[in-house]
Write a new protein. Sequence first.
Lengths: 141, 141
Amino acid sequence: MKRTILLYALSLAALIFILKLIEYRFFVRDLSLEFYVGLVAILFTVLGIWAGNKLSRKKTVVITNPEFQFDAARLQSLNISKREYEVLDLMSKGNSNQEIADKLFVSLNTVKTHSSNLFLKLNVRRRTQAVQKAKELQLIP
Amino acid sequence: MKRTILLYALSLAALIFILKLIEYRFFVRDLSLEFYVGLVAILFTVLGIWAGNKLSRKKTVVITNPEFQFDAARLQSLNISKREYEVLDLMSKGNSNQEIADKLFVSLNTVKTHSSNLFLKLNVRRRTQAVQKAKELQLIP
DNA sequence: AATAAAATCACACTTTCGGGTGAATGCTTT
DNA sequence: AAAGCATTCACCCGAAAGTGTGATTTTATT
């Protein structure tokens, strides 16, 4: 964290130095102000992406802790429906399809349909893989 | 992904518009070039951080659980053999019996025997339950 | 009201899993 | 050497899981 901030500061200093050089050329060679500003924008966008990645990678480690942080956004982005999620949840608790069907008051075939669609959305082929992936994606505890 | 790029483009356009306004004021109020450049730098750093985060967020895959403390004593007390544990480990990673057999260079029947004994020792009836219970017992991450 | 999405179920079919039994081999431990 | 354990494998059988297709109903959204 500290090192990232330090590196950011150093990069900032280096960039400002480079910009001063460019500024010099700008006045000497009479380039347009738009070109100059565009260059600054590009450089700092790149720097921002880099710094952002460095800083948010630390956050990833925080997410790694055992405290489950439900990722509703990811659930939505995968287009997993409410019913499919319920099946996933019961699945992760070690229930068979028949047990899931009994608990959700639906037929076995319905559970199969839901789980099949779930596997497609999670891009897996078996329930064990689905559970694994769902945990990685912070969809279930 | 597409939406992020679109939003980035829109933000870019908005920023350029704002910059033009600032540029206008710059000439009118005669602010220093350094101030102007600094502002551009800050704005695009922020934009870069945001865009970078959006684009790289899908990389937050969590596999390691730092809380995991391997409980060798429990493994022994359950009389789980080395080979059975290897099967359990591969099982927890979503492998089918056939895949486990291939990875351990044994036959499918052997894996079935191991997993069957494993289920007895863990007092479960399905691989999903076995994985669940093994995690609870701190046998696997 | 029309359309789209979600949820429901069926049926046929293939694959995978799990139980039960039996058996051969090798490695320790007594 | 004998007993015990782990490891290996085979065969059979039934249960569970998963695939594919098609169809109906319910619920949201426009």
